[in-house]
Design a protein around this ligand. Structure first.
Ligand SMILES: *[C@@H]1O[C@H](CO)[C@@H](O)[C@H](O)[C@H]1NC(C)=O
Ligand SMILES: *[C@@H]1O[C@H](CO)[C@@H](O)[C@H](O)[C@H]1NC(C)=O
Ligand SMILES: [Zn+2]
Length: 317
């Protein structure tokens, strides 16, 4: 109870910097656990240890919880959890590395940084565990459409109503809608939700699209010509110098993918209307399949990422 109350307060006062709320992040981590190849799994379990139940699920929220600690003040102020796309939804959507990550500090560079660090054997076990926890978190954040949007501070400055309560558009996507369907359909259990997502990836309605989730080039290119996560990571690590941190290609493609929802759905609400009431025709009900697929994508990509880093290939079913 007490922990929940604290989390609630934090998620209100730090709304701008929170990605998916705790539930969304944990779902990414728990789902990813079901897709790890042997070496990735053993690194994850040993690195995280018992304080995180040897799982990416509980570890996924760490990157948000440290933001209030003095030792991590450098990451509280840096925009590592998002990329502020200066586009114009719902009319036009786009993400540009030079325009939107111009200072070189955004989620794209953060993912590059921690991709390097998680496999850097000269770092301490603690530093590599932190890199893992950041990847666990940022590969989730990058699938949240409002983490790839500058308009109205990623929707934070848009007040909306949900089941009679006042909230903002960003918080509604981070937590409000998820809490609603978690209670209604998954017994309020993140692990039940994660198991359902994993099953849908393996044999259900996500099975046919999962290959496209981990292909990262021009979305219109045929699948056979797409760049793979393995190409991306292999070239990145081979070219890596100790100096500059240059973003990888895949995270940019993923950011662009999330950002398209800002035009196709997120900003297409009716002002003044309660976005959660109205049953299956409500805005929240329409957002649920988008959110579930985005969380599933984050999980599948996270597993692929760690599998390439530790097992040498995506090794996914
Ligand atoms: C990379 O990560 C380290 C450790 O968290 C941090 O100190 C550093 O500022 C990061 N560098 C960049 C360019 O993000
Ligand atoms: C809004 O209320 C309805 C009816 O009680 C409930 O089914 C739904 O999950 C709620 N939505 C949210 C986002 O809380
Ligand atoms: Zn975050």
């Amino acid at each position: 109870m007490k922990v929940q109350a604290v989390l609630l307060v934090l998620s209100i006062s730090y709304a701008r910097v929170y990605g998916w709320g705790a539930d969304g992040h944990m779902a990414v981590g728990y789902t990813a656990m079901q897709f790890l190849a042997p070496n990735a799994l053993s690194f994850v379990q040993n690195s995280l240890g018992s304080s995180y139940s040897r799982s990416l699920g509980p570890a996924a929220t760490w990157a948000d919880t440290v933001r209030s600690q003095a030792a991590y003040s450098w990451c509280a102020s840096a925009p590592f959890h998002f990329v502020d796309a200066e586009d114009n939804p719902p009319t036009s959507c786009s993400v540009s590395e030079t325009r939107d990550c111009g200072s070189g500090n955004c989620i794209l560079t953060a993912i590059a940084n921690y991709t390097t660090r998680v496999v850097q054997t000269s770092l301490s076990a603690t530093q590599r565990q932190e890199a893992l926890k950041f990847l666990d978190h940022f590969l989730g954040d990058i699938t949240q459409p409002l983490h790839v949007e500058a308009l109205k501070v990623g929707g934070n400055d848009i007040t909306v109503k949900c089941n009679g309560s006042s909230t903002n558009l960003h918080a509604l996507w981070d937590t409000g809608i998820i809490e609603g369907f978690l209670k209604a359909q998954y017994g309020n259990s993140v692990t039940t939700w994660a198991n359902s997502l994993a099953t849908r990836i393996k044999t259900g309605n996500f099975a046919s699209s999962k290959a496209s989730w981990i292909a990262c080039s021009d979305p219109s290119a045929p699948l056979s010509q797409k760049r793979s996560i393995q190409d991306d990571i292999d070239e990145f690590l081979a070219a890596r110098s100790t100096a500059a941190i240059t973003p990888l290609k895949c995270p940019l493609v993923w950011a662009q993918d999330s950002n398209t929802f800002d035009c196709s759905y997120v900003f297409g609400f009716t002002t003044g209307k309660d976005l959660c009431s109205g049953g299956t025709s409500s805005y929240a009900a329409g957002a649920q399949p988008i959110i579930e697929e985005q969380i599933a994508k984050g999980a599948y990509r996270l597993a692929a990422w760690l599998n390439v880093l530790f097992d040498g290939s995506v090794s996914l079913p």
